[in-house]
Ligand binder design. Sequence first.
Ligand code: KG4
Ligand code: ZN
Length: 359
Amino acid sequence: MCYNLIVMNYEQSMKDKFKALRDKKDVLILSIESSCDETSVAIVKNGREVLANIIATQIEIHRRFGGVVPEVASRNHITAISNIFEEALTEAKITKNDIDAIAVTYGAGLIGALLVGVNFAKALAYSLDIPLIAVSHVHGHISANYISHQALKPPFVCLMVSGGHTALLQVDDYNSFKLLGTTVDDAVGEAFDKVARVLELPYPGGPEIDKLAKSGQNNIKFTISNSLKDSLNFSFSGVKTGVVNLVHNLKQKGEQINKADIACSFQESVTDELCEKATRAIKQAGINKLVIAGGVGANSCLNAKMRKFAQENNFEVFSPVLKYCTDNAAMIGSAGYYMLKDGIGLADLTLSAKPNVSL
Ligand code: KG4
Ligand code: ZN
């Protein structure tokens, strides 16, 4: 059969199957995430119950380069994905014939890395004759909270903080988002990683800053740009440059660099900004639930500070347990389930990876 016919037949037959799944009592989704340096396959039941969530991390491989090397990431995804898939089935104690649908991250992320997951997902969906759901990575990060907090439902305000994104979103329903504010330059995780690099800490820098800051003092004033103070937008490039300049000046003068104090002061300044703007967004939206999402959501200072702000301003805070903060496929399975329930996101075999995707 020619390729075009295969694509057409698959697309046609999936429409009904996808619709039928909306009313099925129990839906098992196999999900795939490969947008950066984690290859992950999960099996998620009804969007909330994780039967397996296997993650092969490449952190050790990229550490010697001081950051993720895209080509190296793609190659390692290729090597890992089949084994991770088999491992997920074994852990979930199911066979591939038990799967109702496949959900895959198609963007945003590194194009070569994404393509590995997308192509694996397409081949699997076609061979099993089941629907394929295209999920945005950011949507996945938000949904990680549905796994960690079984009773959590929209509406809520989401503070999305990762290596690639920083945003405040009003989440009115599982698939309905309004952007309240975003970064005008660096993502907050990017700033953490850059500051860590200038302090000669290993990759990934965020968790290293978090650790080091615990033994430091907040005694250096790193100011956040004032120009955005009346909006819900963020800017982190100024504070990042402030750290870089300070470290270079100290080095030039041959003076001692107190890394712990720098880490602590930087982290305090950034988390103050995140907490203040998230609190303002909560008040503006008139919603008293704040959900933190993305890798920087693992930051201990951010979590503690946000809970203090929440107590003082009368709102609730949710963040995923640590293993669901950073990249994982379970969050993609949860997002995919609620997309399926709303009848959206059905993809066909022409699905491709996209480096930039909005929600
Ligand atoms: O969500 P994620 O795993 O990948 C992206 O979608 O970008 O986020 C990765 C980012 C990195 O910048 C990493 O340094 C940061 O999350 N991160 C942290 C912590 N754990 C991970 N940043 C601050 N404190 C942490 N504990
Ligand atoms: Zn991520």
